[in-house]
Design a protein around this ligand. Sequence first.
Ligand SMILES: NC(=O)C1=CN([C@@H]2O[C@H](COP(=O)(O)OP(=O)(O)OC[C@H]3O[C@@H](n4cnc5c(N)ncnc54)[C@H](OP(=O)(O)O)[C@@H]3O)[C@@H](O)[C@H]2O)C=CC1
Ligand SMILES: O=CC(=O)O
Length: 324
Amino acid sequence: MKPSVVLYKSLPDDLRKRLDEHFTVTEIDGLTPENMAKYADAFNSAEGLLGSGGKVDGEFLAKTPRLKAASTVSVGYDNFDVDALNQRGVLLMHTPTVLTETVADTMMALVLASARRVVEVAERVKAGEWTESIGPAWFGIDVHHKKLGILGMGRIGLALAQRAHLGFGMPILYNARKHHEEAESRFDARYCDLDTLLKESDFLCISLPLTRETHHLIGAEQLAKMKPSAVLVNAGRGAVIDEQALIAALQKGTLHAAGLDVFETEPLPADSPLLTLPNVVALPHIGSATHETRYGMARDAVDNLIAALNGNVEKNCVNPQLLK
Ligand SMILES: NC(=O)C1=CN([C@@H]2O[C@H](COP(=O)(O)OP(=O)(O)OC[C@H]3O[C@@H](n4cnc5c(N)ncnc54)[C@H](OP(=O)(O)O)[C@@H]3O)[C@@H](O)[C@H]2O)C=CC1
Ligand SMILES: O=CC(=O)O
């Protein structure tokens, strides 16, 4: 008998077919409380899970007693309680690497859009405001050769450093928990502590995971250390920044602009002040959202679940210690 799996994100037809070849699949439209109740039997018998979003914690695991592996269509896994998964011996699979270059492109787009006011100015053109030769009120700030600070020099941070340093001639500063030899040798990146990163960066780009340590790592005190001319870009997770403190800094003008792909609450609530600030570029969490990359992520997530439930995991496992 094929193992049972709950699928909570729709897949391209060919990938769904591949999943069906290996598993008995129950497809639902998200890990909502309503679906947990409605499909209680499917969760009760599920050995595998595949999807993205939704909280998977101890309470969830109590409803999935046979679960052996969860496969998330994302690299970030802050919505999973990894300690609880470990206690139960449930493998967690994710999709690093396949999305790295695309997310770095998005970050560079946020750097450029925020500095050159691309969205704001394009909207003014559409509104019919371009009626004469433009003056300083429409100008932006330069990107090339400015100092780019990267907070989180992992896969995405490294790909961003490549673009910024080789493409835009930007000196790179970075902070992470450890030094990154490749960033230093290929892109001349300079390791520094967080305070130095905040004080020296013209553009501060965050590509951190959300963890207990990174939650609100950037608050009022840290924002106050940044140059008033600096631009903050966040494509890690919204809660790495204290959003209220960020709004205050942008409103006071102690921070020049922000380019944000992630927010503390997603979708961004309609009454968020971030939506009314002209110096904010707000994107709907599109870091990896290209047809090619989203397909690649879904394909990897399917392969990851097949490997995990067949006992032949070689990569993309968050808790590989369970394999021993
Ligand atoms: N906006 C979007 O659509 C997307 C967002 N993301 C987000 O980007 C994150 C990063 O992805 P990726 O680059 O692949 O992940 P990696 O694991 O490769 O990189 C994470 C980096 O963060 C650093 N880090 C972790 N904790 C701390 C800390 N407390 N202080 C300083 N540095 C820290 C790590 O440091 P060290 O190297 O020293 O261990 C590492 O350099 C994901 O977890 C996800 O949240 C990812 C994809 C798309
Ligand atoms: O935010 C997206 C991810 O893959 O993580």
